[in-house]
Write a protein of this length. Structure first.
Length: 182
């Protein structure tokens, strides 16, 4: 048997899941999690059951709970920042250098293209997939901004600084902040 606190925690979780589902559907006033299974929670459960061809009881039986949680997980997965694809060469001493070609250099040029407009005295880096003079100049400029040795070669520290800067520019609002909105 559950303690009162455990039951309240489960209700709070259910309400949180239903709130996220309601928000995805454009619900005007999504459920506010409070840990109390009141009329609003029962109505939200009934709406979910109706929309998902479940018996409309207003109670969160096993099938309803399972369906709510699965729907929430699908939405939650979409809320998360995608996992980074590693274009940087493997190995502790790996680096991209002038003359290199390929997807890693193209990804570097994309990172530079997004970052360099935010740095003073920069020129655009064309997307060629070849580590050319423009790419070398862009890397040196980024290294100067990030206070890294200005070698013009992209070592792991340079790559990670560019990637972190890119993520700070184009990151998404954390889900926890969205759940806390009134």
């Amino acid at each position: 048997m559950y303690t009162d606190q455990q039951l309240q925690n489960h209700i709070f979780d259910l309400q949180t899941f239903l709130r996220r589902i309601q928000r995805s559907q454009g619900h005007i006033q999504p459920l506010v999690p409070d840990g109390i299974f009141g009329a609003e929670t029962a109505a939200a459960v009934r709406d979910f059951q109706r929309q998902n061809s479940l018996p409309v009881t207003g109670t969160a039986d096993f099938d309803t709970w399972d369906a709510v949680y699965r729907a929430y997980l699908v939405l939650r997965t979409g809320d998360e920042t995608p996992q980074a694809v590693s274009f940087f060469p493997a190995g502790a001493d790996a680096a991209l250098r002038p003359g290199d070609k390929g997807a890693s250099v193209f990804a570097l040029q994309l990172l530079l293209g997004a970052a360099l407009p935010h740095f003073p005295d920069t020129i655009p880096v064309p997307l060629t997939g070849t580590y050319d003079a423009d790419t070398t100049a862009g890397v040196r400029r980024a290294q100067a901004v990030f206070l890294l040795p200005q070698t013009g070669e992209t070592d792991r520290a340079t790559w990670e600084a560019l990637a972190l800067f890119h993520n700070s520019l184009f990151g998404r609002t954390p889900l926890a902040w969205l759940a806390a909105e009134p």
